[in-house]
Design a binder for this molecule. Structure first.
Ligand code: ACO
Length: 380
């Protein structure tokens, strides 16, 4: 039995699994997927290749990549009855709730309750990665009264996602921004949603139930939901001139700056730097949006104060400003994150199954013991 001294709130620094998928050095701002720096992948790779790397452990040959890409393209469509189900969802519901529901429902269309067959597991892994963009885009369209747009097999993963959202093919520059953002968000060691995924997977639940539970975990404002919260914060600040007084008030109220801080990084999140580079790229041809100027000013004002505690911008600080400039609605930012992170979740699910033991940690009981039952009529 654990003792009080062993208890670490939030399981801080407690290893929950052995994993070969990604690595973080939180002091050196280093994130590697299967040993390769995320910045390199964001520049040189594409989403499909990075997904293959994360799932299989090494970069694909040209033939392997072509086959993998084709397998994904074949699994993008969703059943018309699943579209009907999405049509029944309340249009004001949050898209993360819609996504979690849709992914759980996907498991009813493609049952995979026995996870002992590697071929069936691989099929489910590909289907989840291929289908999440279709589900996100379908809800986004349906809630505004439009029909969902069918995926286009001639477009790559990122371009097709944009197509299904806007019925427009993105320019090569925009496609690259989306692709790099998806690569940057694809995997991140034992974060809350990945841990959730491994816990659910460890019960031998279906991959669809497993990924649905991870989506629920990602939705929270302390995790993936922070990208939406960060943009709302910039909206609330409303001008560059208001940054300093707003921050001083927030500090006095012990409020958290959304998009700042991380359990592992004690320096600026390397992904925030990649996203910031993308932002500069997107804004190079236009005037920078005021929210981006607010973000830069807030970083300038907050980093010297919070930096002494190792609190710096994380990936969610700049991503929303970039997504908004691409025309993506604020409440779709976290679903876009899920479209990327499903790769990491699936990689962890497959890794968990290789050497599975159900998660069943201990607790420190702090309640009463041996309490007598008082019949209802005798209670005061
Ligand atoms: N703004 C101000 N202070 C902060 C912030 C922040 N964003 N984050 C942490 N702190 C402070 C806390 O108030 C606390 O101070 P104290 O010791 O004086 O009480 C100290 O730093 C430790 O904070 P915890 O919340 O205990 O740190 P933890 O490691 O548990 O949490 C987390 C990490 C959840 C990311 C936290 O930094 C946070 O809430 N950030 C804002 C939300 C956010 O941006 N989340 C996205 C993370 S990245 C991702 O999930 C994709």
């Amino acid at each position: 039995m654990s003792t009080e001294t062993e208890y670490r709130p939030g399981l801080a620094d407690v290893p929950a699994a052995k994993s070969a998928i990604s690595f973080i050095d939180g002091k050196r701002a280093r994130l590697e997927y299967r040993g390769i720096a995320v910045e390199t992948l964001a520049k040189e790779s594409c989403f499909e290749e990075t997904a293959y790397l994360l799932l299989k452990g090494e970069l694909p040959t040209q033939k392997q990549l072509a086959e993998f890409d084709s397998e994904l393209r074949q699994r993008r469509k969703i059943k018309s009855r699943l579209k009907d189900l999405i049509k029944c969802m309340p249009e004001h519901g949050h898209p993360m709730e819609a996504l979690q529901t849709s992914v759980a429902a996907l498991g009813m269309f493609y049952p995979c309750r026995d996870v002992s067959d590697p071929a069936k597991n691989w099929d489910a892994a590909l289907r989840l990665i291929a289908t999440l963009p279709t589900l996100v885009a379908a809800f986004a369209r349906i809630r505004q009264g439009d029909e969902p747009i069918d995926p286009r097999p001639d477009l790559d993963h990122s371009a097709n996602f944009y197509w299904m959202l806007f019925e427009r093919v993105p320019s090569p520059a925009i496609r690259k921004v989306i692709d790099a953002a998806l690569i940057t968000h694809a995997e991140h060691t034992m974060n809350a949603s990945t841990f959730t995924c491994r816990v659910t997977g460890s019960t031998l639940a279906s991959p669809y139930a497993t990924i649905a539970s991870a989506i629920g975990s990602l939705a929270g404002p302390l995790h993936g939901g922070a990208n939406e919260e960060a943009l709302s914060m910039f909206e609330q600040i409303s001008s560059v001139a208001n940054v300093k007084p707003w921050f001083e008030k927030a500090l006095a109220n012990k409020a958290k700056i959304m998009g700042f801080g991380h359990r592992v990084y004690k320096v600026k999140d390397p992904r925030a730097a990649v996203i910031q580079e993308l932002a500069e790229h997107v804004f190079a041809e236009s005037t920078r949006p005021e929210k981006y100027e607010i973000a830069l000013e807030l970083e300038k004002v907050a980093a010297p104060v919070l930096g002494s505690k190792g609190i710096y911008p994380n990936v969610d600080f700049f991503s929303g400003v970039v997504y908004e400039s691409l025309g993506i609605a604020k409440d779709l930012f976290t679903p876009v994150f899920a479209v990327a992170r499903v790769v990491g979740w699936v990689a962890h699910w497959l890794e968990q199954l290789q050497d599975n033991r159900i998660f069943r940690p201990e607790q420190i009981y702090v309640g009463q013991r041996d309490v007598a039952y008082v019949p209802l009529e005798k209670r005061p």
